[in-house]
Design a binder for this molecule. Sequence first.
Ligand code: DAH
Length: 343
Amino acid sequence: MESLLQQIGAYKKEISSFTATDEKQVEEFRIKYLGTKGLVKAVMGEMKNVPTDRKKEFGQVLNDFKVFAEQKYEELKQLTDNGAASSGQQIDLSLPGDPTPMGSRHPITLMKNRIVSIFQRLGFAEAEGPEIEDDWHNFGALNLPPHHPARDMQDTFYIQQNPDWVLRTHTSNTQIREMEKGRLPIRVVCPGRVYRNETVSARSHCFFHQVEGLYIDENVSFADLKQTLYFFVKEMYGKDVKVRFRPSYFPFTEPSAEMDVTCFICGGTGCNICKKTGWVEILGCGMVHPNVLQNCHIDPNKYTGFAFGMGIERPALLKYDINDIRLFSENDVRFLKQFSSAI
Ligand code: DAH
């Protein structure tokens, strides 16, 4: 009888160290120990040879053995059901997970959001226009008829399949699209990407971003334009920054101006960024030309308006101290991830 006890001890050891990585191995376990010709049945069969006075004792031992094998079987089944039965190890739920890297906003997006949100506080809504544009919306309606010399200022990409289509050279196309909707007054800022056929270098690119502004209502004056832009500059560059307007020319505005701010790098004392002048040009602006209003079926005797347009790349380069505009479009994660908490 002692050899039977030894035998059971050996089986138990075997069962304890049994491992299964798939259902097939679990089934092998079942057949070997719990099947009709399995070891548990065989051991049970030994009961008949046990002397009567020890039957009770052995009944207990054999029953324990059976339960032991059944429990192991359930355990193995569960592990493989979870697809996690590798070398018999349980899943450790306390292990830290694989963290997903945090994304970050693109510096151009951050700058754009900042500009747009300042104007939103003055009641300007955000509008978008198409990047592939027809000649009329990019040029004609903006008082740039065919052969107008000012078209040369903007090295245009034309679309081969249709000579009437261009990649927009400025966000001013969105002014026209907003005016065409015929809902007045209009107060919008229009951010977006624009394209010009320029040689790509550290300082210029064949695509970049602008924010356009447009305000049309009765009695809008140049004073409104100045006041709006003063507010923008104070919010954007701080209270100490000074502003100056220089007369300029744009076909779609009359009068037209360019606005400079005191260099926010050197504070106006002169540095490489402002080319020792102490001033940095940040935008073009003016009163919407009556021809433009008329092109959009707005009565210039009743309505007036102002418009402005600014680039996003230059202020972003200056703010983040970046010396190559190409970095913005190279998608180098080492560059991009530095802006996760900026602004
Ligand atoms: N469209 C001009 C450019 O790309 C910028 C501009 C100037 C927009 C004056 C305007 C404006 O709306 O009034 O250089």
